[in-house]
Design a protein around this ligand. Structure first.
Ligand code: G
Ligand code: G
Ligand code: MN
Ligand code: NA
Length: 253
């Protein structure tokens, strides 16, 4: 397959880039974090979204070296932003299940933190509920090792998985990211509003941090604020942007 061959070469040729999307605390107005989102600057096809190559990277195992590149680059950028005297800002990185299961994940992250100098508490790892469908003891052990490094763990796309909620009391996690599918119609669909309210109540009683994704309108922002959600991410605040544009955005924020 042509695309697979090119994907294998893309790392050597330095064709990947990271965009970042700000996460905002709507009470203080501050940017509290950035989610790193990979893109492939393909020599012919132009800028490719991860939906066009992450599944192939997962099938071929290339997600492991690609994911390591993402972690290193995100930690470097995070360290640079913290040295520019910015407010403390977390950098969130998406982890595929295959990366999570990799034997050397914890060591690799430790090395990347040492090498880049990023304080561990500023690195957030986004995993999905799909990990809960695997061997619970192994997953708990791995998560505990990661937490011991000092990094934060969040559950991405929360509410869309097929796992039971029992993992929430077994796994050492810090944060839920409510999936954007519940936000799209939240101001008009009472079912979405009920689901989001219930997740907020659950996060509060389990003492988990919470962020909503996919906030696109002020109506959604105000509605979510009233429901008790204070950290948000979405096009309303900013699209994912390359570093140079983010530097400008941070200047003006
Ligand atoms: O940024 P965008 O909406 O195009 O991302 C599409 C999907 O690709 C999202 O589900 C996102 O989580 C995933 N994605 C983006 N960057 C990474 C990455 O570095 N690693 C993994 N595993 N997934 C990513
Ligand atoms: O699966 P994950 O949550 O990591 O995916 C994040 C994806 O959501 C990114 O690809 C990003 O481009 C996209 N995204 C971020 N904000 C919004 C938004 O407000 N609306 C929509 N439709 N997509 C968004
Ligand atoms: Mn994510
Ligand atoms: Na998500």
């Amino acid at each position: 397959l042509q695309l697979e061959r090119e994907l294998r070469k893309a790392l050597e040729r330095d064709e990947f880039i990271l965009h970042y999307q700000p996460q905002v605390n709507v009470v203080t107005g501050q940017i509290t974090g950035m989610e790193a989102l990979i893109r492939w600057q393909h020599p012919v096809r132009g800028l490719l979204s991860p939906i066009h190559f992450i599944p192939l990277a997962e099938e071929t195992g290339l997600i492991v070296p690609i994911g390591e590149w993402v972690l290193r680059k995100a930690c470097q950028d995070g360290c640079r932003w913290s040295k520019l005297g910015r407010l403390p800002m977390r950098i969130a990185v998406n982890l595929s299940l295959i990366q999570f299961q990799e034997e050397t994940l914890v060591q690799n992250i430790q090395s990347i933190l040492d090498e880049t100098g990023l304080e561990p508490r500023f690195l957030e790892l986004e995993i999905t509920e799909s990990i809960a469908m695997h061997n619970v003891e192994q997953v708990v052990a791995k998560l505990e090792q990661l937490v011991k490094l000092g990094v934060q763990i969040s559950i991405d796309d929360f509410g869309t998985g097929f796992s039971s909620l029992s993992y929430l009391k077994k796994f050492p996690i810090h944060k839920l990211k409510i999936d954007r599918s519940f936000i799209t119609d939240i101001t008009s669909d009472p079912d979405d509003a009920s689901i989001v309210s219930a997740i907020i109540a659950m996060a509060n009683s389990l003492k988990l941090n919470l962020i909503v994704e996919g906030v696109e309108t002020e109506d959604q922002q105000f509605y979510l604020h009233r429901l008790g959600c204070f950290e948000m991410q979405g096009y309303l605040f900013s699209r994912p942007l390359p570093v140079s544009l983010l530097d400008q955005l941070l200047e003006q924020w």
